[in-house]
Design a protein around this ligand. Structure first.
Ligand SMILES: Cc1cc2nc3c(=O)[nH]c(=O)nc-3n(C[C@H](O)[C@H](O)[C@H](O)COP(=O)(O)OP(=O)(O)OC[C@H]3O[C@@H](n4cnc5c(N)ncnc54)[C@H](O)[C@@H]3O)c2cc1C
Length: 257
């Protein structure tokens, strides 16, 4: 059991199922809970036997929202998500008081274009960033790549076109290039291969009309660890490096398992 002083218990205020295995939910926001877009927090649920299960989750919502929003998969027999998927409006979720993580814009210096490469629920931190004007003002182009298996898994696709307005910068909406990638359906005009293959073959750059460029590109990668590792390795061969406090580079990553 986690010490009670370390978390608050929040109420689920809203629940949205995208597919039978993907859903988003909102909770009340803990007093004094401050985070930077791109960060995550540990969420806890109580099982029927009274024990707790905790897992890290990226915030989808922005720091200025008066709720917290999360986007989750249901892992078959997953200890946490099996419990979470049973919940609904009015139910309780525990939220650790300390947000964590370095998939944040302050990881980078300079740059003209931000590439946000995600698979599945790895989209979450990028939605949070795009809810805030900072990302829109700082980069001339924002490329949001969301790779899923089937088109029904393109969660937030109806929200994405509204993000610039929501961030208070509707005049910058043209800076966003949204690139859905669907690997198990052939859809006209939609890229259909894994991110690494799209980068290797130059298809992604051609589709977006921008090159991965050491001076201009800053790349965030989030989601499936294989995609994160392989994409990181691929960009490394082009001279890109992980950005560290002591040595600013061009890449920031978050692996979900
Ligand atoms: C920093 C961080 C942030 C995260 N943010 C999110 C988030 O915003 N949304 C979210 O759904 N998950 C997120 N995760 C993953 C999450 O913490 C859990 O792993 C997930 O909820 C499954 O928990 P579980 O106990 O049901 O299964 P687990 O026992 O934790 O995982 C079982 C297996 O399920 C698969 N798996 C786990 N998570 C995912 C996933 N997200 N998508 C596809 N397959 C998965 C993996 O194969 C894993 O080995 C994050 C993980 C990390 C480390």
């Amino acid at each position: 059991m986690v010490d009670k002083a370390r978390y608050t218990t929040e109420t689920i205020s809203d629940w949205h199922a995208w597919t039978p295995k993907l859903f988003s939910f909102r909770t009340t926001r803990p007093d004094g809970f401050h985070f930077v877009p791109g960060q995550f927090v540990r969420l806890g649920v109580e099982k029927a036997d009274g024990t707790q299960v905790w897992r890290p989750y990226s915030m989808v919502s922005a720091p200025r929202h008066d709720y917290l929003e999360f986007y989750s998969i249901v892992v078959p027999h997953g200890e946490f998500t099996t419990e979470l998927a049973r919940l609904g409006g009015g139910d309780k979720v525990m939220v650790n008081k300390v947000p964590l993580g370095f998939l944040t814009l302050d990881r980078f210096e300079g740059g003209g274009e931000l590439w946000m490469l995600s698979t599945g629920t790895g989209l979450a931190p990028f939605i949070s960033m795009l809810y805030e004007a900072d990302a829109w003002r700082r980069f001339e182009k924002l490329v949001l790549v969301h790779c899923v298996r089937e088109s029904v898994e393109l969660a937030y696709r109806n929200v994405i076109p509204t993000l610039a307005s929501d961030a208070g910068v509707p005049e910058l909406a043209g800076r966003l290039v949204y690139v859905p990638v669907v690997t198990r359906e052939a859809l006209p005009g939609v890229l259909g291969h894994r991110v690494t293959r799209l980068i290797e073959g130059g298809e992604l750059e051609a589709h977006v009309g921008l090159d991965f460029d050491l001076e201009r590109s800053r790349v965030m990668i989030c989601g499936n660890p294989e995609m994160v590792d392989d994409t990181h390795a691929l960009l490394k061969t082009r001279g890109f490096a992980l950005s560290k406090r002591a040595a600013p580079g061009q890449i920031a990553v978050e692996q979900y398992w």
